[in-house]
Design a protein around this ligand. Structure first.
Ligand code: GLU
Length: 399
């Protein structure tokens, strides 16, 4: 029987319901290297078994789970008997090449004994930055889930050169949660959640149970803590929480040590830190923009257009005064005012070469200028997110 202190109090229970933990249907579970190794030099197979049992129990409840797992590099290092910290990108890539298949083999065996199959999905930043690839990656993950397979995702470390590297799996898990429109992202860590201070140095450090706004005090608390083997520490977990909550995904950072952390969360038990999500962006394109992917070009707009965007309107050709960079329809662009300030990010309906031809003219004239029927808006309002809207949300300490 569980001790009384671990039972959810009714207030916490209500809060959890508000952010939709127990009702979550599609869940991304991120497992870090230190959770898999328990602080040792190699992955502990018992931890993979325990994780598979936790996930399988949730899948049996007809929920979908995508696992984002680290551990390729440490598995490679273990296999080759290398105990010292790995330095140098190509060395890490070589170890990931050796370790990833063995890691997958372990996952496959653990899940198979519970009657489930796994599928390996390796992603790079490019898969998120290019919208077609992004949509395609989503279809693959959905096809796997549709077949009852548990996708195991990692960064494609062996080919990820610095420019296209995501770099840490906390961020990767948030990108995946956004990609599949998850209801819940759970990041398992070797710390219990976001603490007010480093618990190893401050005995009165307390867990922050709920964050409704990622502001300076949250970032300060995050800087106090680092995990031993993972890439990120708490700072990347906060980045991940920001990406995910902006896409409408409830995010929980919690300790991976406890038994069945996922099952227990879904049963209503509260542990770790919950990051409360923003309302889910209306369109898929907006969700994609919320990833903060690099823009391909810039359009400069006049003051009238800027006001129209701020009032929730679309960007019309008449308001465009300049075009910088080269982009295709469907790519992300920055929208700036004539003073250089960022007004919005959006997905262009036109290639840059055509925006140059139609800028400053009325929408009714576009077909005549281009000689073909074309969209009325350069950027439709559903495909826009205004700058300065990141939502600096305040921390609430309620426990
Ligand atoms: N992708 C790396 C690995 O599998 C880990 C990255 C991380 O720990 O965030 O070893």
């Amino acid at each position: 029987m569980r001790p009384d202190s671990s039972r959810p109090d009714s207030e916490a229970h209500l809060r959890a319901d508000r952010v939709g933990v127990e009702s979550a249907r599609r869940i991304v579970l991120k497992v870090g290297t230190s959770t898999l190794t328990g602080g040792k030099a190699v992955v502990d197979p018992r931890r993979i078994t325990a994780l598979a049992e936790d996930v399988a129990a949730v899948v049996r409840q007809r929920r979908e789970v995508i696992v984002v797992s680290s551990g390729a590099i440490v598995t490679g290092a273990g296999l080759l008997g290398q105990r010292r910290p790995v330095r140098g990108l190509s060395h890490k890539q070589a170890l990931a090449a050796v370790g990833q298949p063995l890691l997958m083999q372990r996952y496959a065996a653990a899940f198979e004994s519970l009657g489930l199959r796994v599928g390996q999905v390796l992603l790079t930043q490019r898969d998120f930055a290019n919208r077609r690839q992004y949509v395609n990656a989503r279809r693959t993950l959905e096809a796997l889930l549709g077949m009852g397979i548990v996708p195991i995702v990692n960064e494609n470390d062996t080919v990820s050169i610095e420019e296209i590297q995501i770099g840490d799996n906390d961020t990767l898990s948030a990108l995946v949660a956004n990609l599949v429109g998850a209801d819940l992202l759970v990041i398992l860590s070797d710390v219990e959640g976001l603490m007010t201070d480093d618990p190893r140095r401050h005995r009165d450090a307390r867990l922050i149970p709920e964050v409704t706004r990622i502001d300076a005090s949250v970032l300060r608390a995050a800087r106090q803590s680092r995990t031993a083997q993972g890439v990120g520490g708490m700072a990347t977990k906060i980045t991940a929480a920001r990406i995910a909550t902006e896409a409408g995904v409830t995010t929980i950072v919690t300790g991976g040590e406890r038994p069945q952390p996922l099952v227990r969360l879904l049963e209503g038990e509260r542990h770790g830190t919950v990051f409360v999500p923003e309302p889910r962006p209306r369109s898929g394109r907006r969700r994609w923009l919320a990833l903060g992917i690099p823009a391909r070009g810039t359009v400069v707009i006049d003051d009238g257009a800027r006001e129209a965007l701020r009032r929730g309107g679309s960007l019309l050709a008449a308001g465009v005064v300049d075009v910088q960079g080269t982009f295709e329809p469907g790519e992300a662009i920055l929208i700036r005012d004539t003073g250089g300030a960022e007004v919005a990010r959006g997905v262009s309906s036109y290639p840059s070469a055509q925006v140059v031809r139609i800028m400053g003219i009325r929408s009714t004239e576009i077909a005549r200028v281009l000689g073909v029927r074309a969209p009325k808006e350069v950027v439709h309002r559903d495909n826009l997110i205004l700058a300065g809207n990141e939502g600096d949300r305040a921390v609430k300490r309620t426990r």
